[in-house]
Design a protein around this ligand. Structure first.
Ligand code: PLP
Length: 380
């Protein structure tokens, strides 16, 4: 089976994990955790990094840090992985889903801006919905597939409506807008190191920020809010969201290879674009001016999505559809969805992600491309 986006364990992973096992530092304290946090902060251009047990935990804690509470609203694109929205729901807040741009597949900022202008009242701590009086306090842009929206515009909207920004940059380690790394635009940025991401810890996540207070508080809240180094005095309800040292050890080894992984993802994307451009009705994800994505998960758009998914998976070339849009899931059907033409749905019905692991071979890429081309030759 050619994996969609599998882990590439080809550096110092064994050595560093063995070091943890040999020394007994396998749990939530240890030098690899700190090292991993520092490497992430440095790479992503933020002052502080706080490692977490996964990306969802990073998002949850970030929202708590921004004082998102029961009854509040958080803006999020309608096309995302469910973890973005779950993290909002964990705080008791509700999402406001914004439809996406048909070309970049990121949140549609024009739609967002006109919605806020027509339907909210600006207040000190956010934008109040005229509809029901709920306060929108934050925007969570999701850098879908490692691509990014126009971050200048997003920040100016946030600024105008007094909204905090927490970036779901879980897919965007190695992505840049105007030379600035994803996750460094908002108050807080979140990463994930799940097995399919550009680097992995097995499971893991991180929060990055330039704000020392928020970084300290993030560490506090992810370690059960223990406020005394000796006594079990906890000063608020915390979480057990710390990354363990063995996972961080894998993360450090993966970080050492990140530049190479990014280069490989770019090469894979270039290969596919060369092979598949002009084939049938295949379209690629477009990028905004000044955006340099990490090309984490190569995805194409075509009317033949279902045929391709079937044939590729039958040939052991692991391919996946896009996420079902959030407004279509049963738990979120009563949440507000801002849209004109339900483009999320049409993207969902046409997109598929195809194998792009960093250890994929040219032979495999070639046979995947040939398999795709055949579908169009046979049927047009
Ligand atoms: C992977 C991912 C997450 C969550 O990460 P986990 O580490 O799996 O909890 C959140 N949002 C998006 C968009 C993701 O792709």
């Amino acid at each position: 089976m050619i994996l969609l986006s599998g882990p590439n364990i080809s550096g110092n992973e064994w050595k560093y994990v063995k070091d943890c096992l040999d020394t007994g530092w396998i749990s939530s304290v240890g030098s690899y955790v700190t090292k991993f946090e520092n490497m992430l902060a440095e790479f992503s251009g933020s002052k502080y990094g706080v490692a977490t047990s996964n990306g969802t935990a990073a998002l949850h804690i970030s929202l708590i840090l921004l004082d998102i509470k029961q009854g509040d609203r958080v803006i999020v694109p309608n096309l995302t992985f469910i973890a973005s929205v779950n993290s909002i729901k964990y705080t008791g807040a509700d999402p406001v889903f914004i439809d996406v741009d048909p070309n970049t597949w990121q949140m549609d900022l024009n739609l967002l801006e006109s919605f806020l202008e027509e339907n909210t009242q600006i207040e000190e701590k956010g934008a109040r919905l005229k509809l029901n009086g709920a306060l929108i306090k934050a925007i969570m842009p999701v850098h879908v597939l490692g691509n990014m929206c126009n971050m200048d515009k997003l920040l100016s909207i946030a600024n105008k409506f007094n909204l905090k920004v927490v970036e779901d940059s879980t897919e965007a380690l190695g992505s840049y807008y105007n030379g600035k790394h994803a996750g460094s635009f908002g108050e807080l940025g979140c990463f994930s190191f799940n097995g399919n991401k550009i680097i992995t810890c097995g499971g893991g996540g991180a929060i990055v920020t330039d704000n020392e207070g928020l970084a300290k508080k993030a560490k506090h809240l992810t370690t059960q809010a223990k406020a005394d180094s000796f006594e079990y005095f906890h000063d608020e309800i915390g979480h057990n969201y710390r990354l363990v040292n063995t996972s961080a050890a894998i993360g450090v080894a993966q970080m050492e290879q990140l530049e190479r992984f990014i280069r490989l993802k770019h090469e894979i994307k270039n290969f596919y674009q060369e092979q598949l451009s002009g084939v049938g009705d295949i379209e690629f994800q477009s990028i905004e001016k000044n955006t340099n994505p990490n090309w984490w998960l190569f995805t194409i758009k075509t009317e033949r999505q279902k045929d391709l998914l079937k044939i590729l998976n039958e040939n052991e070339m692991q391919s996946r559809p896009f996420w079902i849009p959030m407004n279509q899931l049963p738990m979120f059907k009563n949440d507000l969805y801002v849209t004109e033409n339900d483009l999320s749905n049409s993207i969902y019905q046409r997109c598929l992600s195809i194998p792009c692991s960093t250890d994929i071979t040219i032979e495999q890429l070639t046979s995947i491309s040939e398999t795709i081309k055949k579908v169009y030759v046979q049927n047009f």
